[in-house]
Design a binder for this molecule. Sequence first.
Ligand code: 5AD
Ligand code: SF4
Length: 447
Amino acid sequence: MKSKVYIETFGCQMNVADTERAATGLRKAGYDLTTVAAGADVVLLNTCSVRERAERKVFRRIGEIRNQAKRAGQQKPLIGVMGCVAQLEGAAIFEAAPSVDLIIGTQATDRIPSMIERARGGEASVIDLDERQEDEVWDVSPAERRSPYVAFVPIIEGCNKFCSFCIVPYSRGREKSRGALEIVTEVNRLRNLGYKEVHLIGQNVNSYRPKSQEGLERFSGATPFSRLLRAVAATGMERIKFTTSFPRDFHPDIVCALEEYPNLCDWIHLPVQSGSDRILKAMRRGHTADDYLRRVDAIKQSQRRLSLTSDIIVGFPGESDADFENTLRLVRNCQYDGLFIFKYSKRAGTPAAFLDDVVPEAEKTARFLALEQLQESLQHGVYGDYVGRKISVLAEKESARSSEDMTGHSTCHKVVNFRARQTQPGEIVDVMISEAKPYSLYGALAN
Ligand code: 5AD
Ligand code: SF4
């Protein structure tokens, strides 16, 4: 009987993509993948360390998995930690959690099968924090994809930006772009397999800079990323989304590309992090609030109504009431379609970890709630504008509210629930919107 591997994924889309890649390699090496931890021979936790809370979760899960096996009278599975916590903490994890057998760095995904073999052969504390090898290609089998309709396609890994609060440049290394030809080939293959939507993903997709022009020759554009957008759009894939965009590298030619190709979706995720120039400087973002607003203007002035979302950190060291007021003002100005708000979390090893003038937890919470409330009221208006409009929705699954309804995402990446009739998951349908809630839209199939 084949050995069973269970992978649990935390954190961002890059981790989801890494899990799919790891699963593909394991299946090729003769393992079975399972969706439950109980009874698995190998348990891998693909971890996130962007905030402290995410990191603590890993250690709790390791304990739960060990105890579960003990209670069931089973042998402890091999336990592996992969992802950002593995890369950052390295061998220290073996000491903190002695039941861990494998530590798999963020670039060791393709070497997991041989690491497992070593552990099964009796080697204790197997660890690999090395870089990806030159000849490794990003290979994901459709069987391992999380959804049969929506696929994540990494185009750039790592980050060179070193924002002072962020651990990612340390956990995922320097920016490395995939070849355009490889990306376009993958999107073509996904299209032939019936995928309806791809997400081009990376920490900063618009910093895309491949080593060669191969695959981009026929496409013009002001930056390699806007050329890649055109090349991917030309495959005819029905819907193409991309995330995350970095403000400093956001060229307005991206908006031009979206206007040329309707299959490039009407959604841009452009995190600002703060509305205060003083804090943006301390964050080492490389842009001011005005620089950011100029990018937003280009987006808002597009002939297409482009949906705009962002991330904001509240309570960065030294953030005063006046700084926070600037953030509120910027948010009012941007009229975001969605906003992810985070309380600043100190990450050891980042420059911001050395800053004093810590904002008290109670103040962080108060700012979080104030910003959340502001965004909710603004979003109510933004979503309300969709009432009476027809939008295109990819039906994904039965809605939790009623078995007669389905739920899916619009091209502008909003959750839409609708009365489904004969609609099957994976179908793209037009929905007439009749009702707006702050975080979702509701409607019925348009005739
Ligand atoms: N504390 C709080 N939020 C953070 N993020 C990244 N690092 C931190 C941190 N140390 C947020 C940023 C980023 C998002 C993915 O996570 O807003 O855009
Ligand atoms: Fe982190 Fe800044 Fe890189 Fe984004 S751009 S991953 S926030 S360092």
